[in-house]
Design a protein around this ligand. Structure first.
Ligand code: IPE
Ligand code: IPE
Ligand code: MG
Length: 264
């Protein structure tokens, strides 16, 4: 299997659509409160927004969409909310997989799924198998995911599989063990709901991602709001350590100077 090399080595065209968008879908609870509804109603409405975001990416030719659905810290919420979220996830998998498949969407779940009940694990497994060959959009749902968990699980697997290189492991040795090894690094990170933090989402992969924070609550994050995020991204100049003048000269393939030394 081919893995993606770090996208920070080359200069992607930020003027185009982002290849990979990663989103922290936050603000469901506050949306519900605003309309005097129970928190769960916000999560239900949030699933509608997921559908809309998938449609948006399919329509705009965005190849990878990664959504943070449940963090490794979200187990700290009241048991009732956790259990309702699990039910909602189960229901969404049952209802949506056939439709995703019809639309050419490959579904991937990243996170420690071993903590989910057996039925949910089975649904996840089946959904991934069913949609594995689709290539229009890769939709990755991070569930019981934590960026630190990911780094530690990758390290543990690498240590077992490459013991002879201990003390000399490189970034290129390590990256294939990360849960997101099926996708290039995100170009655009969006967090809805007004908070400006990563909350243990993709720590390794966001190293050079463009960040966009919006106060819009996730249930209200529609195509127009998504457009604003993409437009903001398209105005950015991505330098990956270089100076502005180098970008027009090197545009495209030139590896970062010093890169050869680092990765030789
Ligand atoms: C995000 O919305 C969804 C999950 C974390 C599952 P929240 O539930 O965090 O909504 P707020 O932040 O309380 O508004
Ligand atoms: C982050 O949202 C996790 C998800 C959106 C799944 P939280 O609402 O849990 O984040 P914090 O606790 O406010 O940082
Ligand atoms: Mg929140």
């Amino acid at each position: 299997m081919a893995f993606f090399k770090s996208s920070t080595r080359t200069i992607p065209d930020a003027g185009g659509v982002p290849r990979h968008v990663a989103i922290i879908m936050d603000g469901n609870g506050r949306w519900a409160k605003k309309y005097f509804l129970p928190r769960f109603a916000g999560h239900s409405r949030g699933v509608e927004t997921v559908r809309e975001a998938v449609r948006y990416c399919l329509g705009r030719g965005i190849g990878y969409l990664t959504l943070f659905a449940f963090s490794s810290e979200n187990w700290r919420r009241p048991m009732e909310e956790v259990s309702l979220l699990m039910q909602l996830f189960t229901k969404a998998l049952k209802q949506e997989v056939a439709k995703l498949d019809d639309n050419g969407v490959r579904l991937k779940i990243v996170g420690d799924v071993s903590r989910f009940d057996a039925r949910l694990q089975e649904l996840i497994h089946d959904a991934e198998i069913t949609t594995a060959a689709n290539a229009k959009l890769t939709l990755t749902v991070a569930a019981n995911y934590g960026g630190r968990w990911d780094i530690v699980q990758a390290l543990n697997r690498m240590a077992v599989e490459l013991p002879e290189k201990q003390g000399q492991w490189t970034e290129d040795d390590f990256a294939p063990y990360l849960a997101m090894n099926h996708a290039p690094e995100p170009d655009l990170f969006i967090r809805t709901g007004g908070e400006e933090r990563i909350s243990n989402f993709l720590l390794w992969q966001l190293a050079y991602t463009e960040f966009y924070f919006t106060a819009t609550l996730w249930p209200e994050f529609d195509a127009a709001a998504f457009d604003l995020a993409v437009a903001s991204y398209q105005k950015r100049e991505r330098r990956f350590g270089r100076v502005s003048e180098q970008l027009t000269v090197d545009a495209g393939e030139t590896p970062a100077s010093g890169d050869a030394k680092l990765h030789a």
